[in-house]
Design a protein around this ligand. Structure first.
Ligand SMILES: Cc1cc2nc3c(=O)[nH]c(=O)nc-3n(C[C@H](O)[C@H](O)[C@H](O)COP(=O)(O)O)c2cc1C
Length: 388
């Protein structure tokens, strides 16, 4: 019987499905709803010490739909972190932990490049009883103007220093959330893990421009006639997220015979975790992220499209996948598919080998001892002679 329960960095999850930081974890009411609906954990909307610096605009989303089915494929947002006061959040975290002691509650936090601010943020937040931290080094819009979010996550040196500050005071597990808006995601991830983070989360949104309205000639989403590039999420980003999770897992846990990122194939951080994110809407989507090394799987936009009840569908789909393959636990298949990534040269070599074998077999040439047979034994022997 397949079990979805898993323990990651010492935290017990009833299932690996975690609400990703964003609107679905934006206050105590919606977080409570997520726990009621059976989500394994919730990462609250990102908070910082001074919410008065945060001012959101409306509209702040734009969607890409399939032309016929109208299904939502891509979602852009220009939303900032939480605009709710830090003290309100602390009260809500405490209430939530009192009401849902078994619900895994993770605080997503972000600050400017200032040691005292980060230390205050971590110390005060962990007093509220949250189970872990996710450090938001990845928001691609608005906050980089204050040198926060992706601006920090794109600079491995700064990121390592900030993770060091956090880990000097954090008494609970810390995940660093990576931005995909870099050339090599393994570099900042390595810096975070070197600085003592228990895990990495990937990916945040991909910097994007959703489109230009051909009537008004204004970019979308349009606010008083103007726009800014935003963050892209939903189904459309899943292949990119899978690739980045694969690269992180290969660096951390080791990979196949020909390593796709051209690095050592034994892992550098075998005991750390990956929380995989990007375009998950079904249990089958999640299974793929786990096969590529994810210990937990986060969902943000999927909840905005399908609602909190999605949790039961995700669990059902993942369980069905596990039953089909005879996997009893998440650990039974986590990272299983990493071994099948290789280099392009290796693919060419394998293909040549198969073609050469097929050609020999067509010509009746014995290439394996199992191919010898009693009736054509003499002919088979003759075909292997080189000097007649
Ligand atoms: C409207 C919106 C707001 C978001 N806000 C945050 C945030 O405050 N902090 C954060 O770390 N990520 C935030 N994200 C990013 C998501 O947590 C997630 O990394 C990303 O959307 C990809 O996953 P998905 O395709 O499941 O949404 C936000 C995403 C959306 C769509």
């Amino acid at each position: 019987m397949a079990s979805l329960a898993c323990t990651v960095d010492g935290i017990k999850f009833s299932n690996p499905f975690v609400i990703g930081s964003g609107p679905p974890g934006t206050n105590a009411k919606v977080i409570a709803k997520a726990f009621e609906e059976g989500w394994g954990g919730v990462i609250a909307k990102t908070i910082s010490l001074d919410a008065s610096k945060v001012t959101n605009v409306a509209p702040r989303y734009a969607r890409m739909r399939a032309s016929e089915s109208r299904e939502v494929l891509g979602w852009q947002n220009i939303e900032l972190i939480s605009d709710r006061p830090f003290d309100t959040w602390m009260d809500e975290f405490k209430q939530l932990k009192d009401s849902y002691p078994d619900g895994v509650l993770i605080a997503s936090v972000m600050e400017e490049y200032n040691k005292d601010a980060w230390i205050e943020l971590i110390e005060r937040t962990q007093e509220s009883g949250v189970d872990a931290f996710e450090l938001n080094f990845s928001c691609p819009h608005g906050l980089p103007e204050r040198k926060m979010g992706a601006a920090m996550g794109q600079n491995s040196e700064i990121l390592e220093e900030v993770c060091g500050w956090v880990n000097s005071v954090a008494t609970i597990p810390v995940w660093a959330k990576m931005t995909p808006n870099v050339t090599h995601i393994v570099d900042p991830a390595r810096a975070a893990l070197r600085a003592g983070c228990e895990g990495v989360a990937a990916i945040n949104t991909i910097l994007s421009v959703m489109g230009v309205d051909l009537e008004t000639l204004r970019p979308q989403p349009t606010v008083e006639g103007y726009s800014v590039p935003g963050g892209y999420s939903c189904k459309a980003v899943r292949p990119i997220a899978l690739r980045m999770v694969m690269e992180l897992a290969t660096m951390m846990y080791g990979g196949g015979s020909g390593n796709p990122i051209g690095e050592m194939s034994s892992g550098e951080f075998p005991d750390r975790s990956i929380s995989a994110i990007g375009g998950v809407e079904t249990g089958e989507d999640a299974a793929q992220f786990i096969l590529l090394g994810g210990s937990t799987v986060q969902v943000c936009t999927g909840v905005m499209i399908h609602g909190y009840k999605l949790a039961s569908e995700l669990c059902r789909g993942l369980e069905a996948f596990m039953e089909k393959h005879g996997f009893d636990s998440i650990e039974d298949f986590r990272g299983h598919s990493l071994q099948y990534f290789s280099t392009h040269a290796e693919l060419v070599r394998r293909q040549h080998e198969v073609k050469a074998r097929e050609k020999a077999e067509r010509a009746g040439i014995v290439t394996k001892d199992t191919a010898w047979d009693g009736d054509s034994f003499v002919e088979q022997s003759n075909r292997l002679v080189s000097n007649d």
